[in-house]
Design a protein around this ligand. Structure first.
Ligand SMILES: [Fe+2]
Length: 461
């Protein structure tokens, strides 16, 4: 009887906990930040390099040799309204508890100390470039899509980062979509229990800064903006932390007229010199990627000006890599493998700016993400090679049948001659060669997926 009574009591307790949604207790919340959280070196418009840091104290000081420079505040802690135009069912104010700080890279310094972190000067020539993209853990209630953020197989971004670190890159390029934790993990779902959500710095820390902290300090970065970082989503954090404009952080407009683009979604294109022959051109397609403005509207003219600026920038080196989040020459994956032509709202603007080729002379290849798959496309017609590296960790499904892709016409007059795609999570390494670049794709365990060579705009795999 005693045993029976104890059993009944235990069953009642479990039933009570289950009803209360407590059967799978979430992991304990991380301790609150104290002091410097992360520091890194990133390319900024100008062009140039800046040191950025996140802290919950006052901005730290850069130290090297006998010199010191205090970092300046980009943004202070505080709450912002929910992102304007956000469509997720559950919304809350965007809470920032960390201060973002900045200083230009001090000329002549080989390395600087920021708190406990040592940051090294970018090399004069950047010959080993790790490219990653689409890396956050997807929690999105509007699509009922909840990735297992607590599982190393389900969300392999930390493994991808470890592989990237082992490659000892001169530069890391992230092709966009860092922040994916938009909605709360459903009650009782252990695979994502305890995750922060929303657009504040707790979700940013979980999706990017904490897992990437070591790689952020180990090499300079170029941050390309994805649609997840548009003002209607995680744009507030983007502008505070990663925007290429130096100085006090820009802000997203809080309200918009219907059909308007947010001023916070326009970023002047800028270059990152890689060598005397080669450069990156960084383009913000976050807001235009999914919708083309009406032809001859003010927004159309503004985007066209951005592309005119790209054409000017392309004259700065013999060869350029154009980096934007949304590809115009690529296929979307499907469950059957049937290739779907990827559409970008920027494509009609590119066709208007440079008919046929889409990109100005000198652009030998374009780097993108957005499609959660690795694919490379080389053309018999006159277009730069298109490299899509969106397999960095965010949930993915589907594949692309290569034979079908090679027969498909992406755009009128575009003829594909080289195509490969891989569904594994992973990263890519671009290594400078006398003719151009070698591209090596790896999965999250470091196993090779593909090796290609780029000579001019000709891709061979
Ligand atoms: Fe995207």
């Amino acid at each position: 009887m005693i045993h029976r009574a104890r059993f009944t009591w235990q069953v009642a307790l479990i039933a009570l906990l289950t009803l209360a949604g407590c059967a799978t207790p979430p992991p304990p919340a991380p301790p609150p930040p104290v002091g410097l959280q992360q520091a890194w070196v990133q390319a900024v418009s100008g062009p140039g390099w800046a040191v950025r840091a996140l802290t919950d104290e006052v901005c730290p000081t850069l130290r090297w040799g006998d010199s010191t420079v205090p970092m300046q505040q980009r943004s202070a802690p505080g709450d912002e309204a929910p992102p304007p135009g956000n469509t997720q069912p559950e919304r809350k104010p965007t809470r920032f508890t960390l201060r973002a700080c900045e200083a230009p890279w001090p000329a002549g310094a080989a390395s600087v100390q920021v708190g406990h972190l040592t940051l090294h000067a970018p090399k004069a020539e950047l010959r080993r470039i790790v490219v990653i993209g689409d890396t956050g853990c997807r929690l999105k209630a509007s699509e009922r899509d909840f990735q297992p953020c607590n599982d190393a197989f389900g969300w392999p971004f930390p493994r991808v980062l470890a592989r990237a670190l082992a490659l000892k890159p001169d530069l890391v390029v992230h092709v966009g979509d860092y922040h994916y934790r938009e909605s709360p993990c459903p009650t009782g779902m252990a695979s994502c229990a305890g995750s922060p959500w929303g657009y504040g710095d707790d979700a940013w820390q979980a999706d990017l800064f904490r897992p990437a902290g070591t790689l952020l300090a180990a090499a300079p970065w170029v941050f390309v903006r994805g649609n997840h970082e548009a003002c209607s989503r995680a744009g507030q954090g983007w502008l505070r932390y990663l925007d290429a404009e130096a100085g006090p952080a820009r802000v997203c407009q809080p309200e918009l007229a219907p059909g308007d683009f947010n001023n916070g979604d326009f970023t002047e294109p800028f270059t990152v010199p890689l060598s005397p022959r080669s450069q990156l051109i960084v383009f913000d397609s976050s807001a235009v990627g999914s919708r083309t403005p009406a032809r001859n509207s003010p927004a159309w003219a503004r985007w066209r000006q951005q592309l005119d600026r790209v054409a000017d920038l392309a004259q700065g080196r013999i060869q350029s890599l154009f980096a934007s989040h949304h590809p115009s020459l690529a296929f979307g994956p499907s469950l059957t493998g049937a290739p779907r032509k990827a559409s970008s709202g920027l494509t009609p603007l590119l066709q208007d700016a440079t008919p046929g080729r889409l990109f100005p002379p000198g652009v030998q290849a374009t780097l993108h993400g957005h499609l959660h798959i690795h694919q490379v496309l080389g053309f018999a017609s006159n277009q730069p090679a298109s490299l899509v590296i969106g397999n960095g960790g965010s949930a993915a499904s589907g594949r692309i049948n290569a034979a079908a892709a090679l027969k498909a016409e992406l755009l009128p007059g575009v003829s594909l001659e080289t195509f490969q795609s891989h569904t594994d999570f992973g990263l890519s390494l671009l290594t400078a060669t006398p003719e151009g670049w070698q591209l090596q794709a790896f999965n999250a365990l470091g196993q090779p997926l593909a090796t290609c060579r780029l000579a001019g705009q000709k891709l061979s795999c």
